[in-house]
Design a protein around this ligand. Structure first.
Ligand SMILES: *Cc1c(COP(=O)(O)O)cnc(C)c1O
Length: 360
């Protein structure tokens, strides 16, 4: 098989051990002669898969008992709408920190449902940095604060979240969940589409403070209410069983590979390999993000000479480096180096970048 170095932004690389285990057991699960994706979601075999996945998420992130862990469909994008539907009351406003395209989408969705305002933004800076944020500047009529922990498209990431005030804090962690631990005192909701750092597409992990959930709007459709999903352990209706099975395997793989702290250390080392090439290239490669906002998950850069950039992307693809072209909205190049991307693949890309510079 040809070596492919998978730097896709999402859906993205899964650990090869997970794919191997899925190959061996997904289609004949525990000698049941049933594949995971054709068994009843009400049966004991699937229930074990389901609750093991939930328990592993809880253990990996040290999620306290005051929080529920939900699996919901519809991607992170549905959460952009569900959060305001549940928690944005007519006389109040959602406060949004705009740090990239996904946070803008979340904000726009809130505005369709109720009132929202921008608490801080780095748009005028082409989203090169995480804006500085002071939660104390929120108006008194704020229902919640929404932030995006890692900006997948621009390649910026929060180094640390601000200390919480009395206003609930919601975090879209779609592209960096399971790469560091949260301080649960400073967040009330963490959500993530699984397809970047936690598994395949089709399932979204939502971790929510129970006391907040109880305050949710009772008059919205049942399927959109968090309480509905919490009350039935995310089995209110048919869950995406295959996706949850694979997510559970990824959780087990993280456990076996140093846990979330291990992932963080690996992410730091992998990102340094690429940022070092960029920083030592005499401006041949130009990083998009400001240094103090750099992401450990998505490394974004340009080649100063635009014609060379096309050549770079083409040659990278020929050599098996997948997904290096930047997002269509910003151009340039991006290497997504999520948890499952092996350090050897990042080393190979760093080497290719150095050689490309020498040859051009
Ligand atoms: C990919 C991404 C999304 C969108 O996720 P979907 O599951 O496709 O809806 C939202 N937020 C962030 C930060 C992302 O990286």
């Amino acid at each position: 098989m040809k070596t492919v170095y998978n730097f896709n932004p999402g859906p993205s690389a899964l650990p090869k051990e997970v794919l191997q285990e899925a190959k061996e057991s997904m289609f004949d699960y525990k000698d049941s002669s049933l594949s995971v994706i054709e068994m009843s979601h009400r049966g004991p075999l699937y229930e074990e898969i389901h609750f093991q996945a939930i328990n592993r998420v809880r253990a990996l992130l040290d999620v306290p008992e005051e929080f529920d862990i939900l699996f919901i469909q519809g991607g992170a994008s549905l959460q952009f709408a569900m959060l305001p539907m549940n928690f944005l009351t007519p006389e109040k406003k959602g406060a949004y920190v705009l740090s990239g395209s996904w946070s803008e989408k979340a904000y726009q969705e809130a505005e369709r449902i109720g009132n929202a305002y921008t608490l801080a933004s780095s748009k005028e800076n082409q989203f090169r940095s995480i804006p500085s944020v002071d939660y104390n500047q929120c108006s008194d009529d704020t229902s919640y604060i929404h932030i995006t922990s890692n900006n997948t498209i621009f390649g910026t990431q929060w180094a640390e979240f601000p200390k919480k005030t009395n206003i609930p804090v919601f975090v879209d962690a779609s592209s960096d969940i399971f790469s560091y631990k949260f301080d649960w005192n400073n967040v009330d909701v963490v959500y993530a589409g699984a397809q970047k750092n936690a598994g395949p597409s089709g399932v979204t992990v939502v971790i929510m403070r129970k006391s907040l959930m109880q305050e949710g709007n009772k008059s919205i459709p049942k399927i959109l209410s968090y309480e509905t999903h919490a009350k039935s352990d995310s089995l209110y209706h048919t869950p995406p069983t295959g996706s949850i099975y694979l997510l559970g395997l990824v959780m087990k793989w993280i456990e076996e590979n140093g846990g979330v702290d291990g992932m963080k250390e690996k992410a730091t080392n992998k990102a340094a390999l690429l940022y070092d090439v960029i920083d030592n290239s005499n401006n041949f490669y130009v990083g998009h993000a400001e240094k103090n906002s750099r992401s450990l998950m998505n490394v974004t850069f340009r080649i100063a000479d635009e014609a060379l950039e096309k050549k770079f992307i083409k040659e990278a693809a020929e050599k098996g480096f997948e997904g290096i072209k930047g997002h269509r909205s910003v151009g340039g190049c991006r290497a997504s180096i999520y948890n499952a991307v092996p350090v050897e693949h990042v080393e190979a890309l760093a080497q290719f970048m150095k050689e490309f510079q020498q040859n051009n």
